[in-house]
Design a binder for this molecule. Structure first.
Ligand code: NAD
Length: 284
C-alpha cells in the first residue's frame, strides 16, 4: 500500500518549480493533493489524476498573501477531500526576484516579499490548523532555505523571510505539538528548478562568484593555506620582509615534515614487520 494512502495534502506553489515535484511525489505516494498556486495548476492536476486515479488531485488558483483567498482554498479542499492532513508551505517569491544590493531594494518589493513568504505561510497555517486540531493529527512542512544560515547576499528581503520561516516553524511546533501536529522546516540547497532556470538564467554563475567574493572579512591567504595572522606576520610590512619570512617558514615546515616522516616510517616499519622479527627485536 502507498505510504500516504488516505492522506490529503495541500501544496502551495505546487504548480511549477520545485513545488511541482512535491505535488507529483505526494500523489505518487497515494495522497490526494490540492495544488494552490497563483499559476494555473489545472494541467498538472489533470495529468496526475489520470496517472494516480480520478478525483486524486485538484488545483485552485490562490494568492496565499490574501486571507480571503486562503479561506476559500481551505474550504474547497475540505469540500473536495473532506480533511487536510499535510500542508506543504512551498509558495514564495524567489526565482522572480532580481539579485541586488539591499540599499537598492524598493520598499514595495520588500513588502511584497514579506507578504507572500511570511504572511502567506502564516495565513495558510492559521486556516488549516483548526482542521488539524479537530482530528488531532497534522504535518506542516515549511519550505525554508539555507540562505539565512549562510548569510547569502543580494537577496536581503528573501533571506530575511526564510530566517522568519525558521523562527515561525520552531515557535509553532511548540504550540501545536500537544495536538498531534508536527511542524518542520525543510531547507533545500540551491536547486535548478525550471522556474529558476527560466526566470534567472545565469543565476548559478552569479550566485557562486558573488558568494565567494562576499566573505564578511577579507583576509590575506598565504602559501600552504595558512591565514597570515601571526603577530610576526602582522609586524612585517615590506614585501621583501614578508617574502623572507615566508621562505624561512617554508624551510622550517619542510624540516618538520621530514622529521615526522622519518619517525612515521620507522614506526610503520616496526608495526608491519613479521611477528618473528618483532620477537627477535624484543629479545635483543
Ligand atoms: N530553487 C532553489 O534553489 C531554492 C533553494 C532553497 C529554497 N527554495 C525554496 O523552495 C520553494 C520553491 O522554489 P522554486 O525554485 O520552485 O522557485 P519559484 O519561485 O518558482 O517557486 C515559487 C512557487 O510559488 C508560487 N507563488 C509565488 N507567489 C505566490 C503567491 N502569492 N501565492 C501562491 N503561490 C505563489 C509560484 O507561482 C511558484 O510556483 C520556495 O519556497 C523557495 O524559497 C528554493
Amino acid at each position: 500500500m502507498a505510504r500516504l494512502a488516505g492522506r490529503v495534502a495541500i501544496v502551495t506553489g505546487g504548480a511549477r518549480g520545485i513545488g511541482r515535484h512535491y505535488s507529483q511525489a505526494l500523489a505518487a505516494e497515494g495522497a490526494r493533493v490540492m495544488i494552490a498556486d497563483v499559476a494555473d495548476g489545472s494541467d498538472l492536476a489533470n495529468e496526475l489524476s489520470n496517472t494516480y486515479g480520478a478525483n486524486s488531485v485538484a488545483s485552485q488558483v490562490t494568492d496565499i498573501s490574501n486571507e480571503q483567498a486562503v479561506k476559500a482554498l481551505v474550504g474547497a479542499t475540505i469540500e473536495r477531500f473532506g480533511k487536510v492532513d499535510v500542508l506543504v508551505n512551498n509558495a514564495a517569491l524567489y526565482s522572480s526576484l532580481k539579485e541586488q544590493k539591499f540599499q537598492d531594494i524598493d520598499v514595495e518589493v520588500w513588502d511584497q516579499v514579506m507578504s507572500v513568504n511570511l504572511r502567506g505561510t502564516f495565513l495558510m497555517c492559521k486556516h488549516v490548523v483548526p482542521h488539524m486540531i479537530a482530528q488531532n493529527y497534522g504535518k506542516i512542512i515549511n519550505i525554508g532555505s539555507g540562505t539565512p544560515t549562510r548569510g547569502v547576499p543580494w537577496l536581503l528581503h528573501y533571506t530575511t523571510t526564510k530566517g522568519g520561516v525558521i523562527g515561525m516553524t520552531r515557535a509553532m511546533s511548540r504550540e501545536l505539538g500537544g495536538h498531534g501536529i508536527r511542524v518542520n522546516t525543510l531547507s533545500p540547497g540551491f536547486t535548478m528548478s525550471d522556474s529558476n532556470i527560466n526566470n534567472n538564467p545565469g543565476h548559478v554563475q552569479t550566485a557562486r562568484s558573488r558568494c565567494v567574493r562576499s566573505n564578511a572579512m577579507r583576509r590575506r591567504r598565504i602559501w600552504s593555506g595558512r591565514w597570515c595572522s601571526s603577530p610576526r606576520a602582522r609586524a612585517t610590512s615590506s614585501p621583501a620582509r614578508i617574502s623572507r619570512w615566508m621562505a624561512a617558514r617554508r624551510i622550517c615546515d619542510q624540516r618538520r615534515l621530514n622529521s615526522q616522516h622519518d619517525v612515521r616510517t620507522q614506526t610503520l616499519a616496526k608495526a608491519f614487520s613479521p611477528s618473528s622479527e618483532r620477537v627477535d627485536l624484543r629479545r635483543r
